[in-house]
Design a protein around this ligand. Structure first.
Ligand SMILES: Nc1ncnc2c1ncn2[C@@H]1O[C@H](COP(=O)(O)OP(=O)(O)OP(=O)(O)O)[C@@H](O)[C@H]1O
Length: 295
């Protein structure tokens, strides 16, 4: 696997609060990687650490080849980052922001920027501060795409977009990744939407990585198993148990689910899987589940 991001023992502490701790990750290149987790889980912290905007308190984070050894201007030119509040120079007109982007970035794709903004109906002579919230988000995303980065880090990129715009943007991301050597790491709360678009998942809760891996592999390696509600299963692979309608619905790893007589396994969806791990992290403080990529 070509590695886009490698984190080892990565942690960030603010005073006595650990925003992120013990984070070990290997993320592949050429993928759309979803970072999910509840509010305050540590997603933004992880993205800021990856982008080099904050320094780790513990451990290390390295990015793909040229980006790894230093954060020189040449290396940073290959990294795109759009923060959650997509900050822009509000007094600049759209065309001035494009001019700035073109002046600062060797790999700038002016045609892409102009085409995308025209499709979105965003006027070139409007001041960025006068655009609607969704238009500002679209402008920030356009500037990041036009930079032609090799690694694009997006913090909740579609949160302020309408449903159609969200879908179109995610499809465009998929297309861009499929066409070239782009890797996208994005955080989102909309798990349903991610299943169609993302290849890889990182789930963070309570400042720790709870689950990480290729989405197809993760779904293949888990089942929802339904059985008699009176029995509370205690198999080693159990992630979470929901008891309802005199039945128990157990989300479990597949290796421990198959040999259970009287219990019926069903495939799981991404949302079900994510919710089970989130509920587990709320319920108890069992150690984080090992990365699915490991044997
Ligand atoms: N600059 C800071 N100073 C102090 N605490 C911080 C700082 N930045 C983040 N934190 C804390 O670290 C934890 C993780 O925050 P982070 O912003 O990474 O979460 P998040 O998963 O991105 O949340 P959300 O989904 O709400 O955006 C939170 O408890 C937050 O209060």
């Amino acid at each position: 696997m070509n590695v886009a991001l490698a984190a080892s023992g990565l942690g960030k502490r603010y005073g006595s609060t650990w925003a992120l701790q013990d984070c070990d990750l290997l993320l592949p290149t050429g993928a759309v990687i979803a970072l999910v987790g509840p509010n305050g889980a540590g997603k933004t912290t992880l993205l800021q650490l990856a982008a080099g905007l904050i320094r780790p308190s513990t451990g290390t984070v390295a990015l793909l080849d040229e980006l790894a050894p230093d954060r020189s201007p040449r290396a940073l030119a290959q990294l795109g980052y759009v923060a959650q509040d997509h900050p822009l120079y509000r007094r600049f007109r759209v065309r001035e922001l494009l001019h700035l982007g073109r002046s600062l970035n060797e790999r700038w794709d002016q045609a892409l920027a102009e085409r995308r903004l025209a499709e979105l109906g965003i006027p070139m002579d409007r001041h960025a501060g006068r655009l609607s919230g969704g238009e500002q988000a679209q402008l920030a995303l356009t500037l990041a795409l036009a930079k032609s980065p090799r690694l694009l880090i997006l913090d909740e990129p579609v949160a302020s977009l309408d449903p159609l715009a969200r879908r179109e943007f995610m499809q465009q991301l998929m297309g861009t990744v499929a066409d070239g050597d782009l890797t996208v790491l994005l955080s989102s709360h909309n798990v349903g939407e991610l299943e169609r678009v993302c290849d890889h998942l990182v789930l963070v809760a309570d400042g720790r990585v709870q689950l990480a891996g290729d989405i197809e592999t993760l779904l293949d390696s888990h089942r929802m198993v339904t059985g008699p509600g009176a029995e509370v299963p205690d198999w080693p692979g159990v992630v979470h148990v929901d008891q309802a309608d005199r039945h128990a619905h157990v989300l479990t790893r597949i290796d421990s689910a198959s040999p259970m007589p009287g219990w019926e396994p069903h495939p799981v969806g991404l949302e079900e899987l994510v919710l089970a791990y989130l509920k587990r992290s709320q319920d108890d403080s069992r150690p984080a589940y090992e990365q699915a990529a490991k044997p």
